[in-house]
Structure formats: C-alpha cells, structure tokens
Design a protein around this ligand. Structure first.
Ligand code: NAD
Ligand code: UDP
Length: 373
C-alpha cells in the first residue's frame, strides 16, 4: 500500500484510475479544483470500491482515509505545502503523485494560451517543487500523443522515438512539462544531498492516444462540458438523442474509408496502465519511463459509428463536412515499449468501448447532472 496524491482525480481518466488504485489497495488523496469535473464522480468511485469519500481541507483535520478529497488548485503553493506537510504529520507521507490535473481542449488552448501555460506548466512546476521539498520524487505524468503533431504515414504506428512536433499551445505545454521532467530525471548536481533525502526522481511520462469508454458499471464515465469536441462523446450524445447528427470531418483523408483514423483506448485499460507504471516505478531504481499508451489498432470515424450503432441498437445519423483544421489523417500507437517495460497491453476492444460508453450514456443522459460541478 502506498499513500498517493492524485491531482485531477475527479476528472474522466483520474476517476477511473482512482478506482483501479483503490482496488489495488492504495490510499488516495485527491486534489481537484472541479474546473472540469464533479465531486459526484468520486462519490461513485467510493461506492464502487466499497469505501466512503472523506472530504478535507488541505490541512487535513483528521488522518486521511482510503479516499480523501481536497478541493484546491495545483498552482496554489500554500495548499500543496499544507497537503504534503499534513499527510506527513499523520504518519502517511505522500510517496508518489499521479498528475492528471490540467486543461486539455486543443481549440481552447489556441484561444487562451496564457491560461493553458499557466495551469499546465506553472501548475506542474509548483507541484514538482512541493514534491521535491518533501522528498517525494515519484511522478506519473499525463502526457499526450498530440506531441507527435502530424505523424507522417511511414511513422505509423508511432514509436516513442518519433519526432516531437507539438502543433498547438496544449501540445506545447505538455512538451514543456515533459522537458522539465527529463531535466529532473537527469539532475545529479546535488547527488549526495538527494540521496540523503530519499533518492532521485522516478518518473513516468505516459503518452495517451484516444481515451474513451467508461467503467462497465455505467456509474462513472466522461462528462464533457457543453458541446463535445471529441468524436466519442459526440457519437454517444447523438445515439441518446441529445444531438441530431454527427458531423464527420472529411471523407477524403488518405485512409481506407477516407475518414480519420485514431487509436481508441478503453479508459479502464488506460487506468490499469497507470497502475502498472506506478508499480514499476515504486519497484525500481530512479529512472524515467516514456511510454505510449494505446491499443496499436486504428479505427476510422465510420468504424466507430458502426460499432456504436451495434452497441446501442440505434442509427447514428451523420453528415460529411470538410476536414477540421489541425487534424491529422492517422494517429495510431506502437505500444510495444509499454508491453515490454510494464507487461501491460490493452485488453478491451472497440466493441467493449462502445458497450461500456453506451451503458454510461444511457444511465446518465446528462452526465453527472447539472449544477453539481
Ligand atoms: P479532465 O478534464 O476530465 O480531468 C482533469 C481534471 O483536472 C479535472 O477534474 C479538472 O477539474 C482538474 N483540474 C484542472 N485544472 C486544475 C487545477 N488548476 N488544479 C486542480 N485541478 C485541476 O481530463 P482527462 O481527460 O481526465 O485528462 C486527464 C489528463 O490527461 C489531462 O492532463 C489531459 O491533458 C491528459 N490527456 C487527456 C487526453 C484525453 O483525450 N482525455 C489525452 C491525452 C492526455
Ligand atoms: N471527428 C469527427 N467529428 C467530430 C469529432 C471528431 O469526424 O465531431 C473526427 C476527427 O476529425 C478525427 C477523429 O474523429 O479524425 C477523432 O477526433 P477527436 O477529436 O476525438 O480526437 P483527436 O483528433 O484529438 O485525436
């Protein structure tokens, strides 16, 4: 059992990972500002894990439970300091951080670059400083396949060694955090002092491809704000009747059916990938892992439409429109390094993704509900 800090743990990927980590016996402190999530997600995680959700201030008035939720911002240095110091005072020092908190909408990042750099880079920097000060030097970081920019066809499936060419402020901010983490992993300036204070950095930079689907219970899932930008939640909302039709962005891509191809990964596979990355770091000497988390399988927009029609037994009306600016034709992972380093690979198919995503959408037509953010 380890005491973990999960930033952004109320969000889509964070909530599913919290469940997997609770089931693995870990004790979790979640820090989230609910800018894109609801505490209801964590109440449901607690229910699925057979525990209760404890709410606390950053100063932790009582010893943390299996699942403790603190509302706060990763950019708030005082909040971070209080959290690390209080956990230590209760004899449960934070041993590792899984860092999901951040802003993730590509289009918004083009409109609001300062906000994206502030939350994603400055927030990560403050978090890393608090960790360092408290001799907690193990981090699993949410990076993204968006770092690969527009992969050329000969690079697909994309290995981790592919050129890094972020094409928007979101990708650039993730690239900057990756660079900062690489500098920490290489840091040897004060080797003796670091050794004396608990050792060097253990870091996993996980580059996710397209996380989709939901826990099979239908109790937790993705709950985007407003009109979804991403294909999968848009399709489930068309299937449930919240939106009249899907707009397919281009049928003239150089792909088998002309629509864009992506590597969709079930969010439970992704959550299990985090568990394996964490366990690998906790077992090993200081090191840095940089791994693609994807299935290695490509699916086109029309493949996803067909799979969701089969899962929901409903027609998904769609209309072909011009290509979306900034899109790539194909993005598919080469996930062999993660298989080799973590003994992890995806277990769930596109059919499973659509079955579970549809179960979540059907049981929660309005997500976690209005007014509970
Ligand atoms: P999400 O928006 O559902 O979760 C992010 C969480 O962070 C939310 O709960 C939000 O309230 C919280 N948060 C945001 N800013 C915060 C701040 N300043 N302080 C504290 N909490 C804050 O997103 P997600 O899909 O679960 O993504 C998790 C991480 O994975 C993000 O870093 C994202 O960039 C990365 N990622 C996501 C995808 C994807 O397609 N979903 C792909 C690649 C990488
Ligand atoms: N897409 C689409 N209609 C939508 C949203 C997405 O046709 O309403 C396409 C998009 O062009 C891409 C694929 O679906 O080919 C996946 O897009 P998404 O935004 O989900 O992921 P990303 O492009 O970030 O990989």
């Amino acid at each position: 059992m380890a005491q973990l800090l999960i930033t952004g743990g109320a969000g889509f990927i964070g909530s599913h990972t919290c469940l997997v980590l609770l089931e693995a016996g870990h004790q979790l402190l979640v820090l989230d500002d609910f800018s894109n999530s609801s505490a209801v997600a964590l109440e449901r995680v607690a229910e699925l894990a057979g525990t209760r959700l404890q709410r606390a201030q950053p100063t932790l008035e009582a010893a943390p439970d299996a699942l403790t939720l603190v509302e706060g911002d990763i950019r708030d240095a005082q909040c971070l300091e209080a959290l690390f110091a209080s956990a230590k005072a209760f004899g449960l020092p934070i041993q590792a951080v899984i860092h999901f908190a951040g802003l993730k909408a590509v289009g918004e990042s083009v409109q609001q670059p300062l906000r994206y750099w502030d939350v994603n880079l400055v927030g990560s920097q403050r978090l890393l400083r608090a960790m360092d000060q408290h001799n907690c030097r193990t981090m699993v970081f949410s990076s993204s396949a968006t770092l690969y920019g527009y992969p050329s066809p000969e690079q697909v499936p994309i290995p981790e060694t592919a050129p890094i060419k972020p094409i928007n402020p979101y990708g650039a901010s993730k690239h900057a955090v990756e660079a900062l983490l690489a500098d920490l992993a290489r840091c040897s300036g004060a080797a003796e002092a670091i050794q004396a204070s608990g050792g060097g950095w253990r870091i996993a930079r996980l580059r996710y491809f397209n996380p989709v689907g939901a826990h099979p219970s239908g109790r937790i899932g993705e709950d985007p704000n407003g009109i979804p930008n991403n294909l999968f939640p848009f399709i489930t909302q068309v299937a449930i009747g919240r939106r009249p039709e899907l707009t397919v962005f281009g049928d003239d891509w150089p792909t088998p059916d002309g629509t864009g191809v992506r590597d969709y990964i079930h969010v439970m596979d992704l959550a299990e990938g985090h568990r394996e990355a964490l366990h690998s770091l906790l077992r090993a000497d200081p090191q840095m892992l940089t791994l693609n988390l994807g299935s290695g399988q490509g699916a086109s927009v029309l493949d996803v439409v067909k799979a969701m029609e089969a899962a929901s037994q409903r027609a998904i009306p769609y209309r072909i429109a011009p290509r979306r600016p900034g899109d790539a034709a194909i993005s598919v992972a080469n996930p062999s390094l993660a298989a080799q380093q973590l003994q992890w690979q995806t277990q769930r198919s596109l059919t499973d993704i659509c079955r579970d995503g549809w179960a979540w959408q059907q049981a929660n037509p309005n997500g976690y509900g209005d007014g509970c953010r």
